[in-house]
Design a protein. Structure first.
Length: 213
């Protein structure tokens, strides 16, 4: 794996990303992906926010539900059969969405929660600039309080990006959370050289590399 995200992205042509959703009611759906393997000196944490116009929610949810296999209740990138991934990536890439991925490569001594805070800080700034009025996180159950404690501290500091409405939901309750899982998973697999399904999604997602101060 490359030491920086920029060096990996530099090998590929990247689409000029332009937001066209300003002026409508927007919600961002957020999920994570991370790589931390025993014996590797470089770990990766990414947090993806997918911005959806509320007027498009019903159609997008219906499309995503139709992509499920058999009796599966959700779509989940890492659990899908490999032969299904190209169709899933292509379908998501065709939807009227835009996304931001904040990604941090860090030393193995840095805890994942610390990397998440740095990624979250940058992601909220990005979503604020897109005028997302609500941010929905895939619930990590007991760990949701960690995010809320951090966001509450930022609110006390009067950070405008932290004043957004925040909710936590299980993936089974909100299909749009599957979008963030799919984009985060495809990006991480591409970054690690595992597969190239990211090509179908790259035009929808702006990647922002995060560094520890």
């Amino acid at each position: 794996m490359e030491l920086t995200v920029a060096s990996r992205l530099g090998r590929r042509s990247t689409c000029l990303w332009v937001n066209t959703l300003i002026g409508v009611v927007l919600t961002a759906y957020v999920d994570e992906s991370y790589r931390r393997r025993r014996g590797e000196s470089v770990c990766v944490y990414t947090l993806v926010g997918v911005v959806v116009a509320d007027a498009d929610l019903d159609g997008i949810r219906s499309e995503l539900r139709g992509l499920r296999s058999g009796k599966d209740k959700t779509l989940h990138w890492r659990r899908e059969r490999p032969e299904r991934l190209p169709a899933i990536a292509a379908a998501v890439g065709s939807l009227p969405i835009c996304a931001v991925a904040t990604v941090m490569m860090h030393d193995a001594r840095v805890e994942s929660e610390r990397a998440r805070r740095y990624c979250l800080s940058q992601l909220l700034r990005e979503l604020h600039s897109l005028e997302a009025g609500r941010v929905v996180f895939e619930s990590r159950q007991a760990e949701d309080r960690k995010d809320m404690q951090v966001i509450a501290a930022w609110r006390r500091a009067k950070r405008p990006e932290a004043m957004v409405r925040v909710d936590f939901l299980p993936a089974v309750a909100e299909p749009c959370l599957w979008l963030a899982d799919i984009i985060a998973g495809a990006f991480m697999w591409w970054l690690g050289g595992t597969c190239d399904h990211w090509v179908a999604l790259a035009g929808k997602c702006r990647v922002v590399e995060v560094h520890e101060p």
